[in-house]
Write a protein that binds this ligand. Structure first.
Ligand SMILES: O=C(O)CCC(=O)C(=O)O
Ligand SMILES: [Fe+2]
Length: 235
């Protein structure tokens, strides 16, 4: 089955429900093993990327990542373009619930235009690589004034087999409460969709913001690659 068809067959109303209630959703097998392997194989080809970041040099963790250059590889472009319209409605409902005067357009190309109008011109999709001892400190990926409140990662290796440890971690910060950790272990080809900064949660006095950060726990062994797809471009 083609990637576009796989995206079309996802139960997007179940995804919306999960995003609204938990702040994240999981989509198994969005990429085939071959598609994952092809992205990993391309890691060494520096003509595909605009920038390489050594995470330890910035206090971001231990590991390396590379931002793709435009034009994005077909798989990455199809994911970014295909997923976006299905979650733009969720984002708009979040803004409404939180009384934030922001609306996100229905298509990725319109969001990209909006980013470009704000001088956010650089593509943000990236591929990350962690070895033994590698980790990613808790963070949010905002990159400018225009930011879409959800993003995705696809795990490109098989946990337990290709690497041990290296769980995907979300920390939810609730107002006047202690933080909650959520630990996910996506399989090879599985996509996680999660909150970039905050989502609304219903309280006694209407909706309030629940803040989220994400990161990766320390790898005990092996090698872990992930594809990160962020929808807004960077300054
Ligand atoms: O490697 C991961 O699972 C997390 C990557 C990440 O932080 C991102 O794509 O924004
Ligand atoms: Fe991130």
């Amino acid at each position: 089955m083609e990637l576009q068809q796989r995206i079309a067959q996802v139960d997007w109303s179940a995804i919306a429900e999960s995003l609204n209630t938990k702040g994240y959703a999981t989509v198994p097998n969005i990429l085939s093993a071959d598609e994952c392997d092809a992205l990993v194989a391309q890691y060494g080809d520096d003509t595909s990327y605009r920038k390489t970041i050594q995470m330890e040099n910035h206090g971001y963790g231990i590991g390396q990542y590379k931002y793709y250059a435009y034009p994005l590889p077909g798989i990455v472009q199809q994911l970014r373009e295909g997923i976006y319209p299905n979650i733009a409605t969720v984002a708009n409902n979040w803004m409404k619930a939180l009384a934030i005067e922001k609306t996100f357009p229905n298509t990725l190309s319109e969001l990209t235009d909006l980013c470009h109008q704000h001088m956010q011109l650089r593509p943000t999709p990236l591929i990350l690589k962690y070895g033994q001892g590698g980790y990613n400190a808790l963070h949010q990926d905002l990159y400018g004034e225009v930011f879409f409140p959800m993003q995705t990662v696809v795990c490109l290796n098989q946990p337990g087999q290709d690497f041990k440890g290296g769980e995907f971690v979300l920390v939810e910060q609730r107002p006047r409460m202690q933080s909650k950790a959520i630990v996910l272990n996506p399989g090879k080809g599985e996509m996680l969709i999660f909150t970039t900064n905050y989502r609304p949660a219903q309280g006694a006095k209407g909706y309030h913001r629940v803040n989220m950060r994400h990161g990766v726990s320390e790898l005990r062994s092996g090698e872990r690659h992930t594809l990160g797809v962020i929808f807004h471009d960077a300054k």
